[in-house]
Design a protein around this ligand. Structure first.
Ligand code: G4P
Length: 528
């Protein structure tokens, strides 16, 4: 491998994920993106809740039953001389920590907003997570074929609620039945919309120049309205600025309809032109540049039983530097061992293929027989640990109980393993023999009971528990810690990795404790 080849591969990579509120259109836009990437012949096969077809990304049996995406899959496709990696995140309301952690493995994000609804709750949460790394954000205002909110209001809302400046790249002409297309501010051209062609890549009609009389001929009085509105928009919004975009302070905004496959290509053009190539990553000893010759990467997700035909676990590894080659030896830093990786997987729209080589920004799947944990670093010899792959404080809690009390040992083993995988978090209160399971999304509870039964032969059930939030606790002051441990013991627990956690019955209780024990740090995230 020459340096030049490595640099070329890096320059062509774009690794991103989509963040949105359920129903905003993430699945639909994924289908169209794959259509442009020529990964699927006909859009509409990623997910079919009603048609009985399933998303390429729907691997687990459970998600098939429910018609939702539990897993995070990875899709790679070519577009505009780039190789784009799209890391899919669970789209349903019952999302999990995997969604959060996937966002730490990408270099940019696409935020999809339902333009009839504006900024919704899940989007706000996911944006908070992207802020941990100041990830650059592109925005797609979806569903322009419906009656939507005033586009200027939408931009205002994004700016005020999400605290990011908006730079419209395209501007919509009408909406709903009157949706005529968009004006591309940078190209000074109008791209006209035709309904009913969403399943194809369309030959679009383009009018050059805002003042072109052809525009008046085609859309009548809407042309003058557009010209007036654009003056207002250009006065009130920001111009695209690459530097601010890369800092996560400004987002380019595109308007369109995913269902009508209109505007998605403008977004992809923006992504390939502006989104960052694979970025340097911090470790506990130094910053790793993607252009370093030595291979490095970290595991951000572990998935069990992705394919019923292969009853195994796969660890998803993001390559940070160097090149993966089939059969290469790597150092699994945490356990201090060299391992030979003869058959890593890549993910092309759900087909697991064995990969010969992979580059920074790519995701490879490693077969895992229980030795790999989330956050693990792989190198070609150097001892270091990538940072910034956090656990997130769960927001939902249940006490877990056995139907057969003799299986306590298996239950604990299963829960600790599932928590190492990141499927769920487990807490053992210091003062009792309870086992409390914590999750970010409600579906994680079902997944855990299902997997305890099928993989550990343990029949478990849930009971409600009086815990509403958790924080990992630390202190540099050992005296203050000892005092805290004594006084607050009824609210303290150990998590799956034996880290001390404060489990609070209410937010009020948490706030009071934070006031009462100022020398204790209460953390919402914990690094692996
Ligand atoms: P999600 O993954 O973000 O949850 O959203 P998804 O793509 O499943 O879209 C949610 C619903 O919104 C779907 O309708 C989808 O067809 C619709 N939709 C997506 N993009 C557009 C758009 O640009 N315009 C319009 N009018 N609708 C759009 P559904 O009836 O809930 O499901 P389905 O039966 O079509 O799958």
């Amino acid at each position: 491998m020459s340096n030049q080849q490595l640099q070329q591969e890096i320059n062509s990579r774009r690794t991103f994920a989509i963040i949105s509120h359920p129903d905003a259109g993430k699945t639909t836009i994924t289908e169209k993106v794959l259509l442009f990437g020529e990964l699927i012949q006909k859009a509409g096969t990623v997910k079919g809740k009603k048609s009985g077809q399933y998303a390429a990304s729907d691997w687990m049996e459970m998600e098939k039953e429910r018609g939702i995406s539990v897993t995070t899959s990875v899709m790679q496709f070519p577009y505009n001389d780039c190789l784009v990696n799209l890391l899919d995140t669970p789209g349903h309301e019952d999302f999990s920590e995997d969604t959060y952690r996937t966002l730490t493995a990408v270099d940019s994000c696409l935020m999809v907003i339902d333009a009839a609804k504006g900024v919704e709750e899940r989007t706000i949460k996911l944006m908070e997570v992207t802020r941990l790394r100041d990830t650059p954000i592109l925005t797609f205002m979806n569903k322009m074929d419906r009656d939507i909110r005033d586009p200027i209001d939408l931009l205002d809302e994004v700016e005020s609620v999400l605290n990011i400046a908006c730079a419209p790249i395209t501007w919509p002409i009408g909406c709903g039945k009157e949706f005529k297309g968009v004006y591309h501010l940078q190209r000074d051209e109008i791209i006209l919309y035709k309904s009913g062609l969403g399943h194809t890549i369309q030959d679009l009609q383009v009018i050059k120049g805002l003042n072109n009389p052809e525009l008046d001929a085609r859309i009548g009085s809407l042309a003058d309205e557009l010209r007036e509105e654009l003056e207002l928009v250009q006065g009130a919004s920001h111009e695209f600025d690459q530097e601010l975009f890369l800092k996560g302070e400004l987002t380019p905004v595109f308007f369109g309809t995913a269902l009508g496959n209109f505007g998605v290509d403008h977004m992809l053009d923006g992504l390939t032109a502006w989104a960052p190539t694979p970025q340097p990553r911090d470790t506990n000893t130094r910053t790793v540049l993607p252009s370093e010759a030595g291979f490095t990467g970290f595991v951000f997700k572990i998935q069990a039983n992705m394919d019923p035909k292969h009853r195994d676990r796969v660890a998803f590894l993001r390559i940070c530097s160097g090149k993966y080659e089939k059969g290469m030896k790597m150092r699994h830093v945490r356990i201090g061992k060299e391992v030979q990786i003869s058959h890593a997987l890549t993910f092309v729209a759900g087909d697991r293929e064995h990969v010969e080589e992979a580059w920074p920004g790519d995701i490879i799947g490693l077969h895992n027989h229980g030795t790999i944990k989330i956050g693990d670093t792989f190198t070609v010899g150097e001892d270091m640990q990538f940072s910034g792959i956090p656990n997130f404080a769960p927001e939902l809690f249940r006490r877990i109980r056995l139907r057969d009390p003799l299986k306590q040992k298996q239950l604990l083993k299963g829960l600790v393993q599932l928590s190492e995988e990141g499927a769920v978090q487990v807490f053992r209160p210091i003062d009792s023999n309870d086992l409390i399971v914590g999750a970010v999304g409600i579906l994680q509870f079902d997944v855990v009971v299902h997997r305890l039964k099928s993989e550990y032969n343990v029949d478990a059930m849930y009971e409600s528990v009086n815990v509403s939030t958790a924080r990992w606790v630390y202190s540099d002051d050992s005296k203050a810690m000892a005092e805290f441990k004594k006084k607050a013991s009824q609210n303290l627990a150990l998590d799956g990795g034996d880290n001390l956690t404060y489990i609070a019955p209410t937010m009020v209780n948490l706030n009071l404790s934070m006031e009462r024990y100022p020398k204790i740090q209460f953390m919402k995230t914990r690094e692996h």
